[in-house]
Design a binder for this molecule. Structure first.
Ligand code: ZN
Length: 166
């Protein structure tokens, strides 16, 4: 196993879009294992998307448990339905090395589908922190950062201070 390096803003590779996983064999499992190892080696981290490690595959891992023993891996995740009701929380990201206090507004709950590491399709509903994480990580797979949702003025201030992602 290996611990991956985490791409840091404003690395332009954070804008690369991930390709769907078509092969659930050993190379994919190896990526999943390394993603979990990196997740558990990084304090205060709820999840990662493969694109944060410069791997353009549609894979995310999330573990919201305190004991870090309830990891879930979502492959080719897709949001099927989002609630009209929205909720706003401040977000953090291990690829963003500064704190942003402005809340980001997202749908409060959603229905999603994904494949597990065995290649079995799963469908699930989630809300609250889990829904926020799923949306944040799926955004990464599409080259989107939570910063993209900030008001223009604030984003421009961040770009002046820290640089702009291509
Ligand atoms: Zn992130």
């Amino acid at each position: 196993m290996a611990i991956y390096d985490i791409l840091q803003y404003p690395d332009p590779r954070l804008r690369l879009k991930a390709e769907p996983v078509t092969d659930f064999g050993e190379p994919t499992l190896e990526i999943v294992r390394n993603m979990f190892e990196t997740l558990y080696a990084t304090p205060n981290t709820a999840g990662f998307a493969a694109t944060q490690f410069n791997i353009q595959k549609r894979i995310i891992v999330i573990d919201l448990s305190k004991e870090k023993n309830q990891g879930i891996c979502l492959i080719n995740p897709r949001i099927l339905q989002s609630s009209e009701q929205t909720v706003s929380y401040a977000e953090g990201c291990l690829s963003v090395p500064f704190i942003v206090e402005t809340p980001i507004t997202r749908p409060e709950s959603l229905k999603a589908e994904a494949y597990n590491f065995k290649g079995e399709r799963i469908e699930f509903d989630c809300d609250g922190f889990m829904a926020k994480c799923v949306q944040h990580e799926i955004d990464h797979l599409d080259g989107i950062l939570f910063l993209d949702y900030l008001p223009d003025e604030e984003r421009q201030r961040i770009e002046q201070q820290y640089g702009k992602v291509a």
